[in-house]
Design a protein around this ligand. Structure first.
Ligand code: HBI
Ligand code: FE
Length: 281
């Protein structure tokens, strides 16, 4: 027992989670007794604020699945969520102390196990926290795991990640995850709506991603997303829009290896760059 903490990007402070609790696969039991009344209140306040913002901005797929998380008043017990989730799509959520390394992350996804950070932000971090906490992981990601198409896509992503790790292509593949599962938009109701967890768990970015004239919105193309850099500490400057959920799953039927090889010859694309001839949505 006991794993080294994981850090992505640069930070002045060590990761929050207690990695000494983690098993070899980085999972840990949800320490339910450790939650204070203040923690449950933070969850309820975040849930209430965020769910009120969803209509007209979040994908209907997400809005319809949200009640599957259970009551908003308390932090859900992972076992209770799992009773419903496993029946719906064969997925389970597993506790983790925070961000975990890429290969163990991919390996859990490939087994239809979604890692959920078990601790919640402090009240003074209500508006913003850089690293994922239980609100981002559970509220942002888990509702769409009830959707059979997204459920299959995320598992395929995990399997693809294990291959990408062997090919040294994790960076390119991670950009696909970033621009779909974390910050994806979908065409719905004659406009665009958010389905990415990073947007759905953010009060400010939800409206910005759908309505602001500032960011670029482009139709999702696999190779384009793989080449596009991203920022982790600001609202996104480019979003990629899918026509429907099936489009994501369709991507996974192609072999990415030749694509990685080809894209290594091409330059990366800046977070707010447009290529000649590209049309915004
Ligand atoms: N670990 N717990 C956790 N949650 C993530 O979303 C996550 C991670 N490790 C790596 C990672 N994401 C990304 O780099 C993946 O796209 C590979
Ligand atoms: Fe996330």
């Amino acid at each position: 027992m006991g794993q080294a903490p994981v850090v992505y990007g640069q930070s002045d402070r060590p990761p929050r989670g207690d990695y000494s609790r983690a098993n070899a696969d980085y999972t840990c039991a949800q320490d339910y007794a450790a939650y204070t009344e203040a923690d449950h209140q933070t969850y309820q306040r975040l849930y209430e604020r965020q769910s009120a913002l969803l209509p007209g901005l979040a994908s209907q797929h997400f809005i319809d699945a949200l009640p599957s998380l259970g009551a908003k008043e308390r932090i859900p017990r992972f076992e209770e969520v799992n009773e419903r989730l496993y029946k719906a799509t064969g997925w389970e959520i597993v506790g983790v102390p925070g961000l975990i390394p890429e290969v163990p992350f991919f390996s859990l996804l490939a087994q239809r196990k979604f890692p959920v950070t078990d601790w919640i932000r402090k009240p003074e971090e209500f508006e913003y926290i850089v690293e994922p906490d239980i609100f981002h992981d559970l509220f942002g990601h888990v509702p769409l795991l009830f959707n059979p198409v997204i459920a299959d896509f995320i598992q395929a992503y995990g399997k693809g990640g294990l291959k990408a790790a062997e090919l040294g292509a994790c960076e390119m593949l991670s950009r696909v995850y970033w621009y779909t599962i974390e910050f994806g938009l979908i065409r719905e109701s004659g406009g665009v709506r958010a389905y990415g967890a990073g947007i759905l768990s953010s009060a400010g970015e939800l409206d910005y991603s759908v309505n602001s004239p500032e960011p670029h919105r482009l139709p999702l193309q696999l190779a384009r997303a793989m080449r596009t850099l991203y920022k982790i500490d600001t609202y996104q400057q480019s979003y990629f829009v899918i026509d429907d959920m099936q489009q994501l799953l369709d991507f996974t039927s192609t072999d990415f290896a030749p694509l990685y090889k080809q894209l290594r010859q091409l330059p990366t694309i800046g977070a707010k760059e447009l290529l000649p001839g590209e049309q915004l949505i």
